[in-house]
Write a protein that binds this ligand. Sequence first.
Ligand SMILES: Nc1ncnc2c1ncn2[C@@H]1O[C@H](COP(=O)(O)OP(=O)(O)OP(=O)(O)O)[C@@H](O)[C@H]1O
Ligand SMILES: O=C(O)[C@@H](O)C(=O)CO
Length: 419
Amino acid sequence: MSVKIGVIADDFTGATDIAGFMSEQGWRVALLPGLPDADRPWTDDADAVVISLKSRSLPAQQATEQALACYRWLKRQTDARQIYVKYCSTFDSTPRGNIGPVCDALMTVSGAPFIAHCPALPQNGRTVVHGHLFVNGVLLNQSGMENHPLNPMQDARITALLAPQTARRIGGIDLATVQRGEEAVAQALRARGDAQHIIMDTLTPADLLIIAAALRDAPLLAGGSGLGGALAALTPSSCTARHAFAFPAQKRAVVLSGSCSSMTNRQVNAYKVHAPWQALTIARCVNDDEDYADTLAEWVMAQDAAGLAPLVYATLPPQELARIQQQYGEQAASEAVERMFARLAARLLARGVNTFIVAGGETSGTVVEALRVKRLIVGKPIVPGVPWVRETERDLALALKSGNFGDEDFFFRAQEYPL
Ligand SMILES: Nc1ncnc2c1ncn2[C@@H]1O[C@H](COP(=O)(O)OP(=O)(O)OP(=O)(O)O)[C@@H](O)[C@H]1O
Ligand SMILES: O=C(O)[C@@H](O)C(=O)CO
């Protein structure tokens, strides 16, 4: 049975995000952290296979090589009908960006005549109108994303963000056309001329369903998780078995927050009022202090296992983050923080922590790699775009939260453990 969609996600929270939306539509989704071995055979039944990379901030050539390797694996091992490039609903990419090069390379290898881009996720306030990306009604570059530690977003026009990343022509389908329905979108796609990157305006979940219907046979797609969920809503699952999701019987949980988004700052502040917490000392991270991870792990394990999970965070508001970045350099600081989270996660796993609630895509990637997570299955969502996931081989549950997802009470909500 061939897989309907093979997803190549540029970060781990993005992967669980799209897997969650598809799974909510009844699809059986397999989530693979990292590029599978070239000859690893695919023997399972799934409607979608989602591969999570950690490629969002990589130079274009490296990101493209990884995406092509995923493409080849997906085509060879799963015969996926459609390939979906999952990037962020806020179109996060570095100034030299890799979204354009990745999509161009996949168009070349697949022979797809165009790639439709649908970053919108109206369920989480991300919409696209006249090619401008909004977050909760505010232009992207005024939404707080202009302060992102790795990829500050200085423009809200998707064409302007994509143009420096591709030599191919960029076109768009406006909202009025989308809202006229599937046939109008299909007609606009046929009339696209020589444009090969097509930006889809999208305001509501109903628009996503129209776009999905018009693109149901497109071999190559790109965007956020919204379109993935809409594609799943159009076609019932063809898998007979369901994944059985369960939490560890004896939960030992920790919250690790490495996102500096405005929402994560609010979530950390709200959680600190009631839960035990430790803020990372960045100097100790930058100095690569080996003992520090042990100290932090001991502190986590000393907290009451029956209470709210202890929080370790690097999350900072924009001005403080800017000061740290000036002091140590952007890349050095973020690498040092990620390295510390990786060490801490590995030590906590060794000491019996089995439930990890993590904020931030890069941070989640680091943690998942450090835990050497193999294959994941998808459970219920905590909030839209953040499902629980479980490693099939070990008693390990993970909630990987995208920077700006969830409300202020997210870390509390996560610990209600929906069944
Ligand atoms: N105090 C800090 N000083 C310097 N860098 C930091 C600090 N705190 C976090 N970082 C770095 O900022 C980056 C945050 O990226 P991450 O992807 O984890 O969060 P995010 O971008 O908000 O989430 P998402 O990608 O899911 O939207 C990480 O590389 C992290 O290590
Ligand atoms: O699309 C989103 O907003 C998220 O899945 C994400 O990619 C955050 O890193």
